[in-house]
Write a protein that binds this ligand. Structure first.
Ligand code: AMP
Length: 428
């Protein structure tokens, strides 16, 4: 009998995980909760809310998966890994205590300071008075961050001290983000290239994943509002072996050793959001799970068995070679609903998916879709993650855009410049 694997979540990242897990010869069944229109074509889906830990535990007790992989941060920060572990259900993802690296920016900043992990200068404030006092030590622009989870809306870059004080005040009063803003972190603004550096840890050792770059703004040329991510790409050229070793030595390993020393052993994916500055790499944030849409781009390049790797983390035997990456490039172009990241409508019929899927090296991951009578409809802000692999980045990007051009739904939009900076270094 092959393995039964349960994936928790229902976005593009989870579709990519389901797709890759199904390729393992060791896996006979993939389940997903709640999944989405596209995932339900490839996995058995159970309509369970990812915030409902009782329902997730109940589902797992009923289905008895050999492995559960948790996609989104919310269930992890609520303690889903703790609940599963307590019942002897094998689960991939950090405990609630370990997930604090993502769920509390003030925790992450103080932790980095305790363990000498490079991060921008900061101040943690709980009142308007503290903000006013601390601002004296900053030069504009000033980055203002809500302490808690805010689904990408918790970071504001304020051009003046007055604006920083105003937005920090709105966060602290609960007006802007509710509880997530009860504490704010003021941070020095850094310039440089951003890099998503993910590692997998078993609590002690780490194995690096392929590096990637996300595109957070909605518009071409990094303009407009922040989003959950409009696209990503991954190539070997993003991170040379020397810099990778530096990041392992000065960021990944000290974080994992520090969490262990503080009795919050970190098992799972540690996502390090970095700014590569003139002063060296600095950590902007940690996430406690696979990135979205980075995972879609990265998994296009993974040549080894994902289940083997995830098991190594659970069983405490992670090693450097757990992932075998192709030299090919991977890219993901997010196709979003009209209006996203603001208010958007759902229920628009999607056409062209079959034509897109026929293209070589292309896989269309569903992020926010539903399926009815054999047709697909939009059901979220980020609708699809059109992904491709190619021997060169240019070829991968070309394939992804050829596929995106085949797809139609009312109001759809996507960025036309995913990976453009890597293709034209001279134009930076
Ligand atoms: P975070 O959620 O902390 O990664 O912040 C979201 C985005 O805000 C990052 O991807 C950066 O583009 C930007 N950002 C965050 N912190 C800084 C900083 N200290 N300096 C410049 N940009 C930042």
């Amino acid at each position: 009998m092959g393995m039964k694997v349960l994936v928790i979540g229902g976005g593009g990242r989870e579709h990519a995980l389901v797709w890759k897990l199904r390729q393992s010869p060791r896996v006979s069944q993939v389940l997903c909760a709640p999944g989405n229109g596209g995932i339900c074509e490839e996995a058995e889906c159970a309509p369970v809310d990812v915030r409902n830990l009782d329902a997730l535990v109940e589902l797992a007790i009923r289905l008895r998966p050999d492995l559960t992989v948790v996609g989104p941060e919310l269930p992890l920060t609520l303690g889903v890994a703790d609940e599963f572990a307590r019942r002897g259900l094998p689960v991939f993802g950090p405990t609630q205590a370990a997930a604090q690296l993502e769920s509390s920016k003030s925790f992450a900043k103080e932790f980095m300071q305790r363990h000498q992990v490079p991060t921008p200068h900061y101040a943690i404030c709980t009142s308007a008075d503290e903000v006013k006092h601390s601002l004296a030590h900053f030069h504009p622009p000033i980055v203002v961050k809500a302490d808690g989870l805010a689904a990408g809306k918790g970071v504001v870059i304020a051009p003046t001290k007055e604006e920083a004080a105003a937005v920090a005040g709105d966060m602290l009063s609960g007006k802007l983000l509710g509880e997530a803003g009860a504490k704010v972190v003021l941070e020095e603004f850094l310039e440089g290239e951003e890099l998503s550096f993910l590692v997998m840890s078993d609590g002690e050792r780490v194995a690096p994943l392929a590096a990637s770059q996300d595109h957070k703004r909605v518009g071409d040329g990094d303009t407009g509002a922040n989003t959950g991510g409009m696209g990503a790409y991954s190539t070997d050229s993003l991170l040379d072996p020397q810099m990778r070793e530096w990041l392992l030595t000065h960021v990944a390993r000290p974080v994992v050793a520090g969490m262990r020393a503080e009795d919050a052993e970190y098992r799972g994916i540690l996502y390090c959001g970095l700014m590569m500055t003139a002063r060296g790499p600095m950590v902007l944030e940690f996430n406690c799970r696979f990135g979205d849409p980075e995972t879609q781009a990265i998994l296009m390049r993974l040549d080894s068995d994902l289940v083997d790797a995830l098991e190594a983390a659970i069983e405490g035997r992670v090693s450097d070679g757990d992932f075998k990456w192709s030299a090919d490039a991977g890219v993901c172009v997010v196709v979003a609903a009209g209006g996203y990241p603001g208010a958007y409508e759902s229920g628009k019929q999607i056409s062209g998916l079959e034509e897109a899927a026929k293209l070589e090296g292309v896989k269309v991951f569903h992020a926010g879709t539903s399926r009815r009578d054999g047709a697909f409809y939009t059901a979220g802000g980020r609708v699809l993650g059109v992904s491709a692999r190619g021997a060169e980045l240019e070829a991968a990007v070309g394939r992804a855009y050829s596929a995106a051009e085949k797809i139609r739904f009312e109001g759809m939009h996507y960025r036309k410049d995913i990976a453009a900076r890597a293709l034209k270094p001279a134009a930076r």
